[in-house]
Design a protein around this ligand. Structure first.
Ligand code: ADP
Length: 616
């Protein structure tokens, strides 16, 4: 019987032989799944497709998505794995829907094979499985493999009729994934990354699209991806709303930093409207709504900015930045207000109950320490050992925190201390975290002074950089990164804790850079001067953590006051090289302490550097 084609499309494959992950290991391939094999070929414009590999479906033992917790160095960010014979093949899909389609179809086709019982949810990197720390390439899996999870219990839904959507759904846009040179008159050339209007998608392989000159023609459907990435899906965007309507909605919300993005009267231009009670420079005192137009630089069409020239290539990136930094606005953008008046806070939240911890389920134990917000107790919650932060009255702006807790709980990474939930029905409010047996990193280092090898110290830096690279890729700024805010697990892994929490501190002594409790010794110059937080200001603090680690928990600038520290930074001086730090490690610290944020490396870069150093 002739094999029947089930799926086909372009994805990126990671080559198997190479040990190191680098961009050149990632190859774009055209995959075809039929009822017998999974084949992949190289397709280059103007050249004949070249078959590069073929996996018999009968040899497949496991197909599953990969929960990759390190930055992915190729353009397609949705990995899945195929274990066949004893080889792992990693394939990166352009979006989650596409990945789900492939994983489901492959599972369905292989469900009667001789499958593994357990698999590795994460990848093998630098000789270690990141999920279970085993070091053997063929180490048995650490998580139960449930092939029926997708395949049989959830059959593929009937595909929507594309024609129908074309008639009802208005304009659909696609983006070219690669260049295409027409082979027939009826075809249209494609230019990678350019947008086209989708005219007809009824044929599975050839879609009709229109370019910005109005030319219509057919292109291979595998060479384009539908553009779903407009910001219309964001809660903060209100498409059809006037300035007056925006003002009345925001006044009604009445919360500092309530905001929305709306269309300006000028076509193609957007305005951010934000509510504030803060006194204005010209003496305005009343609660009011301010409007800021999102501007574009004249030289580079695609760079957006708001009040000051902090440039972003997309509007969502710009909004995200200003959700964390006022940076010239009257207040930072705190609460998105959607047009239908149902803000995320008021809406019935399907996840409600998942983040609210039932006090009945929480058993409190002995004191672990005390911090900014009050006592930290050991506890038990649903068979787990947990750490419970009891929030002292008036120490936290709890309304703001409750909204943010939802965001923070979504972060899940093996190098971040997990927030399990919040108990708000109870007074004092308490936050329930993953328990970290070995306490905070600074004490851990001091207690083991003289007993930690350079390799171990480097490994700790690597752990922190992994957590931070994840936060950076989620556009989340820590704001108070220091060894005291990292914790150590029973397996001696270091995890980043307390991310974003300083935003909820009500103690002025802590929040103003002029005041005694402000962590000046960990702060980048732009934070000390203008409170300008960014992932690059976190990178500065990370340099200080590296210094703390290689000095086995010593306090930076030990006997100096904050004012003296600021003076020496202004004079261009930096912390000295720790005795235990190799030159290359100190060079990385110095790179993190570059005066200009743009001159500092990103966390993705730091992670790469450290991984290279730890492999030497
Ligand atoms: P805060 O955020 O209120 O400033 P900290 O995070 O500094 O509090 O916690 C104070 C102390 O409590 C830490 O130094 C540590 O010893 C202990 N602690 C905090 N979180 C945990 C945890 N998740 N697991 C174990 N101990 C913890």
């Amino acid at each position: 019987m002739f094999p029947r084609v089930i799926l086909k499309g372009t994805m990126i494959k990671k080559s198997q032989q190479k040990k190191r992950t680098s961009p050149c290991n990632y190859k774009e391939r055209f995959f075809v799944l039929d009822t017998q094999d999974l084949k992949y070929s190289e397709r280059r414009p103007g050249k004949k497709p070249m078959m590069k590999g073929c996996i018999e479906l009968s040899s497949i033992k496991c197909v599953e998505i990969v929960c990759c917790d390190v930055p992915i160095p190729c353009n397609y960010k949705y990995p899945f794995q195929i274990l066949h014979d004893n080889h792992y093949l990693y394939i990166f899909a352009p979006d989650n829907d596409c990945r789900q389609r492939w994983v489901r179809a492959l599972k369905e086709e292989t469900k009667h094979n001789n499958l593994v019982t357990k698999y590795h949810p994460n990848i093998l990197m630098y000789g270690k499985w990141r999920c279970c720390q085993q070091t053997e390439k063929l180490a048995p899996g650490c998580q139960v493999y449930d092939p029926l999870g997708y395949a049989s219990k959830k059959p593929l839904p009937q595909l929507p009729d594309p024609e129908m959507e074309l008639q009802n759904g208005g304009q659909r846009l696609v983006i070219a994934l690669q260049d295409y040179t027409p082979v027939e008159d009826k075809n249209l050339p494609l230019q990678k990354d350019h947008e086209y209007v989708l005219i007809k998608s009824s044929h599975p392989d050839w879609w009709a699209v229109q370019d910005n000159q109005g030319n219509i023609g057919f292109v291979p459907s595998a060479y384009v991806a539908e553009k779903s990435d407009t910001f219309e899906r964001f809660e903060w965007y209100n498409k059809n709303i006037t300035r007056g309507e925006a003002e009345s909605l925001l006044m009604k919300e009445g919360k500092e930093g309530a905001f929305m993005v709306r269309d300006s009267r000028q076509a193609g231009v957007y305005t951010v409207s934000v509510f504030t009670k803060a006194p204005g420079s010209n003496g305005e005192k009343n609660p009011r709504v301010k409007h800021y137009q999102i501007r574009q630089t004249e030289t580079d069409e695609s760079a957006f900015y708001l009040a000051e020239k902090y440039l972003f290539s997309t509007i969502p990136e710009l909004i995200l930045y200003h959700q964390h930094n006022a940076a010239g606005l009257i207040t930072r953008l705190r609460h998105p207000v959607p047009q239908d008046g149902v803000s995320s806070r008021d809406a019935a939240d399907p996840a409600e109950g998942q983040w609210e911890v039932d006090p009945e389920e929480l058993i409190l134990g002995q004191e672990l320490g005390s911090g900014q917000f009050g006592l930290v107790l050991e506890g038990r919650w649903r068979e787990r050992r947990v750490a419970v932060k009891m929030i002292r009255d008036k120490s936290m702006s709890d309304e703001d925190f409750k909204e943010e807790a939802r965001v923070m709980m979504r972060f899940s990474h093996c190098r971040l201390v997990q927030l399990y939930g919040v108990c708000t029905q109870h007074s004092p409010m308490c936050l329930v975290f993953e328990f970290m047996e070995n306490g905070c990193l600074s004490d851990y280092l001091r207690d083991r002074k003289g007993g930690l090898s350079q390799d171990l110290l480097l490994g700790m830096c690597l752990d922190v950089s992994e957590g931070m690279a994840y936060l950076e890729s989620s556009n989340f700024i820590h704001r108070d990164l220091a060894a005291r805010n990292c914790l150590v697990s029973k397996n001696n892994e270091v995890k980043v804790s307390d991310f974003g929490m300083t935003r909820f501190v009500l103690d002025d002594q802590y929040t103003s850079s002029q005041c005694s409790k402000f962590p000046v010794k960990w702060s980048a110059p732009e934070v000390i001067k203008y409170c300008k937080f960014s992932s690059k200001s976190d990178v500065w603090s990370f340099g200080v953590i590296m210094w703390e680690i290689f000095n086995e928990g010593r306090l930076p600038y030990e006997n100096r006051s904050n004012t003296e520290v600021v003076e020496s930074l202004n004079a261009g001086l930096r912390l000295l090289k720790p005795r235990l730090a190799p030159d290359a490690v100190y060079m990385l610290m110095e790179w993190c302490w570059k005066e200009k944020p743009d001159d500092r490396p990103s966390f993705a870069h730091v992670l790469h550097e450290l991984a290279t150093l730890s492999n030497l």
